[in-house]
Design a protein around this ligand. Structure first.
Ligand SMILES: Nc1ncnc2c1ncn2[C@@H]1O[C@H](COP(=O)(O)OP(=O)(O)OP(=O)(O)O)[C@@H](O)[C@H]1O
Length: 242
């Protein structure tokens, strides 16, 4: 199967300190691939560098291809135009604007199939946002803000939607709700790369998982394979297989 995203030998250095040590990662058409791992493993560094968003004094080497086309040399806005849309950790919604204004800030683009995500389409995915359309984002729950951030990203017609820790700071009930919405988008045809610290929740929704440890891929496999791996059960699931 063709990879939508193909990352090879990816290294990221902050000054003299290397945070990613040659990572290979693929996201296939129509799948929910996830990068899981502990704080500081390099997850945000990885997806930030894929989107061209790296902060500070950064050196990135290796290749990044979207649908077989090298995008590593492109500026961030050109990667968005090519279809790589990242929702960063912390969501980045405008607190003083309403839900609807946040969604309308992005001019709707067309995806490869000529499809456009109207604001109504976003409401169809997240019905509770429609009920809160005229409310300022500052009055929303963390989960609802995350939905606004994802909805806004959908308006840009991503070929690959990258979500950096959408569950961070959410109550456990909301974590599953947000992740299930993401799963639904994938079931409808979207290709997603999800970053999650919560390995257990990731196993519930992802098709394939890369486990990142100290800047390296420590394990990679389907959710079923990862669940059956004793090292994963030991280190991330409290010794229990789910
Ligand atoms: N802008 C930066 N300048 C220097 N070092 C950085 C910078 N950003 C991250 N690092 C370092 O790179 C390593 C990986 O950090 P990164 O934020 O990618 O991890 P993470 O897996 O996303 O962690 P978290 O789950 O806490 O967000 C860490 O050692 C971190 O201190």
């Amino acid at each position: 199967m063709n990879a939508v995203l193909d990352v090879q030998e990816f290294r990221v250095r902050y000054g003299h300190s290397e945070a990613l040590h040659g990572v290979d990662l693929q996201v296939r058409e129509g799948e929910l691939a996830a990068v899981a791992g502990a704080n500081g493993a390099g997850k945000s560094t990885l997806v930030g560098a894929v989107a061209g968003w790296s902060r500070g004094k950064v050196t990135v080497t290796g290749s990044v291809a979207l649908d077989g086309v090298d995008v590593a040399g492109l500026a961030p806005h050109r990667r968005v135009a090519a279809g790589i849309v990242l929702v960063p950790e912390g969501k980045g919604v405008f607190e003083n604007l309403t839900v609807e204004d946040n969604l309308r800030l992005v001019r709707a683009a067309r995806d490869a199939r000529g499809r456009r995500y109207s604001v109504e389409d976003v409401y169809a995915v997240f019905p509770q946002l429609k009920e809160r359309a005229t409310k300022k984002c500052s009055t929303l729950s963390g989960g609802e803000r995350q939905m606004v951030a994802i909805g806004r990203a959908l308006r840009a017609a991503p070929r690959l939607l990258i979500l950096d820790e959408p569950s961070v700071g959410l109550a456990p009930r909301l974590v599953l709700e947000v992740l299930q919405h993401i799963r639904q988008l994938v079931d409808e045809g979207l290709t997603v790369l999800l970053v999650e610290q919560n390995v257990r929740a990731t196993l519930e929704v992802a098709d394939r998982i890369y486990l990142l440890e100290q800047g390296k891929v420590a394990a990679e496999g389907s959710a079923g394979e990862m669940r059956a791996d004793d090292r994963i059960a030991e280190a991330y699931l409290g010794g229990l297989r789910t």
